[in-house]
Design a binder for this molecule. Structure first.
Ligand code: HEM
Length: 188
């Protein structure tokens, strides 16, 4: 890894370190599993939105270098989404597969979360140079699905939230802004 990327890598690991420290010190409040589910979901979405902000940033400022960080940031989103899924599967549902399947089929916000995760999985698996070469122009088309994953992630959040809408609506506002900055004639 190039040295200038190191601070971004460390920033990506910081939430994990923070959560691990919280688990170790037993400082995650009365319901640590819920805390971990929420925190990992939030970080997955934040890293995804930051990843999507890189191209508009280049267009507005002409600064190209952050484009080289897109892959790492996108992978951090996938990483936190995987932790989010793992916490739910393992700590919340305790690997009770029948119950999980029922959740996926019967609770729309879980279905939508699964869809978002499936997209992130495909994007992570094809984020390497080999896939870029193999897929050619289709690679860019495929990776535009990152917008779909963000939209589904936000929908997932809006669907599950019971009272405080401020945070999911803030994510939605950022997402809409990023979409507007991508409008016609501004394609990557
Ligand atoms: C893999 C399938 C997924 C499952 C099973 C799942 C499940 C959950 C559950 C059970 C909660 C907490 C619900 C509650 O407390 O009432 C939650 C919250 C959340 N999830 Fe997911 N999720 C999934 C995928 C995703 C993905 C891919 C993202 C982001 C891209 C995401 C972002 C969030 C956010 C932002 C929250 C709310 C965090 C907060 O309250 O601060 N989830 N999810």
């Amino acid at each position: 890894m190039r040295l200038w990327k190191l601070p971004v890598f460390l920033a990506g690991m910081a939430p994990l370190a923070w959560l691990a420290w919280g688990v170790y010190r037993e400082e995650l409040g009365p319901n640590p599993v819920e805390y971990l589910t929420h925190a990992t979901g939030d970080w997955a979405l934040r890293f995804l939105l930051v990843t999507l902000a890189i191209t508009p940033l280049k267009r507005i400022t002409g600064w190209r270098r952050p484009m080289l960080l897109r892959r790492m940031l996108g992978l951090f989103s996938f990483f936190y989404a995987s932790l989010h899924l793992l916490v739910w599967l393992w700590l919340d549902r305790e690997l009770y597969w029948a119950g999980m399947l029922e959740d996926v089929l019967k609770r729309p916000y879980i279905t939508v979360g699964m869809l978002a995760f499936s997209i992130l999985l495909v994007l992570a698996l094809t984020s390497n140079a080999f896939s870029m070469r193999r897929l050619g122009r289709n690679w860019q088309r495929l990776h535009r699905l990152a917008y779909g994953a963000a939209a589904l992630g936000i929908l997932h959040y809006l669907w599950l939230v019971k009272a405080d809408l401020l945070q999911p609506l803030t994510y939605l506002g950022v997402f809409v802004l990023l979409m507007l900055l991508r409008m016609p004639g501004k394609r990557n």
